[in-house]
Design a binder for this molecule. Structure first.
Ligand code: SF4
Length: 372
């Protein structure tokens, strides 16, 4: 099979592995362009095209959501490290892509597959002096030494956790285990990064598949919180389960698209605003309300904390107010140093507060802005 055909198959197979949230959309694989080009958004909002591909779609694992699961009888192909390196460099030298995101199926010994990926990165760095971005997926069950080598070559690495609990994980695969194949590898990565900050300097990330197992938002967010605290995970990505033909889960209902948006919002509250998981509101089934964003729901269920006096509240208290984000909270605190006191909603609006959301929850110089 020629390289272009292989690229079509293996570039397409990589599309469900996320490397950023803002762009979760399989259309980000630029249609009409060469296969394998994926638009990713960086932390500061820049959009960069990545070359995103699998080394192979051959796999001996049985992940029930995945089109590459071992029992699926379809066209299987693989790249050698030399082929993949040369295709990537073609794309890169023609300025079609600015970085590489590489993953792989696992046809047999996981270390053979991981070694092939590491070899691509080694060739790029040492034979072609490639200075750009490399994200290597750490395959479940990979050995310590290969992980260390991958981290010495990649900017970022990730191990996909897929499910939050051991029970949820077991629903998805019988050939991998959460604690041994995933968490143990995350621990090694964390330890290696602590020992040497040059290893994978952009840190490790992970991905959940939301809705593939019967886990609730509460299960997922508790695990996310644990990952941030215990594994130094930089980002968690939430990939909505897609029911794919010829997989054991092809008839499973896909989650409401709003569910992953709510998870990202809650994740942001925990990671960036310092919310405790206990502050979030879950319904009886452990899921968040789809109709309202989690910060608003949390505020409504903790009305005893409101209204907040804008001119004296702490940064933490301001961040709990719907309509006040990190930038506007900082501006409010900074203004106090110049003895500025906010007198009305218009003044808050001018510094970026979304007053239509905030007015129910704030007081300005002791006067409550609205009634519920
Ligand atoms: S390990 Fe699982 S998710 Fe990855 S390619 Fe194989 S079957 Fe698919």
């Amino acid at each position: 099979m020629n390289k272009v055909k292989k690229m079509e198959i293996l570039g397409d197979s990589a599309r469900y592995d996320l490397c950023n949230y803002g762009n979760y959309n399989t259309d980000n694989f630029l249609s009409g362009k060469l296969p394998g080009i994926y638009n990713a958004t960086t932390g500061n909002g820049d959009c960069i095209p990545l070359f995103k591909v699998l080394m192979t779609n051959k796999c001996s694992n049985d992940c029930r959501y995945c089109v590459n699961h071992s029992a699926h009888d379809f066209s299987r192909v693989e790249f050698t490290p030399e082929e993949l390196t040369s295709i990537f460099l073609d794309y890169y030298n023609h300025r079609l892509v600015e970085g590489l995101f590489l993953s792989s199926g696992i046809p047999g010994d996981v270390d053979v597959s991981m070694e092939n990926m590491v070899e691509v990165a080694r060739k790029l760095r040492f034979e072609h002096d490639y200075p750009g971005y490399i994200h290597l997926k750490i395959l479940p069950g990979s050995s310590y030494d290969l992980i260390k080598r991958a981290m010495s070559l990649a900017n970022r690495v990730s191990v996909n956790i897929e499910a939050a609990t051991s029970e949820g994980f077991e629903e998805l695969s019988t050939t991998k285990t959460l604690n041994y194949d995933i968490i143990r590898r995350m621990k090694w990565i964390k330890r290696l990064m602590k020992k040497n900050s040059n290893l994978a300097p952009s840190g490790q990330t992970t991905q959940f598949i939301v809705g593939a197992s019967d886990e609730s938002d509460s299960d997922i967010l508790q695990r996310v919180d644990w990952l941030y605290k215990k594994m130094d995970i930089k980002r968690s990505y939430f990939s909505p389960f897609k029911s794919m033909k010829d997989t054991p889960l092809e008839n499973k209902i896909e989650p409401n698209p709003k569910r992953t948006s709510r998870l990202y919002q809650a994740d942001y509250l925990v990671k960036s605003y310092g919310f405790d998981i206990k502050e979030l509101v879950f319904e009886e089934d452990g899921n968040m309300m789809l109709e309202m964003d989690p910060k608003y729901t949390a505020a409504l269920s903790n009305m005893e904390m409101f209204p907040v006096e804008v001119n004296s509240a702490s940064y933490k208290e301001l961040l709990r107010v719907p309509g006040i984000g990190k930038i506007s909270a900082r501006r409010i605190i900074e203004s106090r140093k110049q003895n500025v006191r906010f007198k009305n909603l218009e003044e808050l609006k001018n510094i970026g507060v979304i007053t239509s959301r905030a007015e129910t929850f704030v007081k300005l110089n002791k006067s409550y802005q609205t009634t519920l």
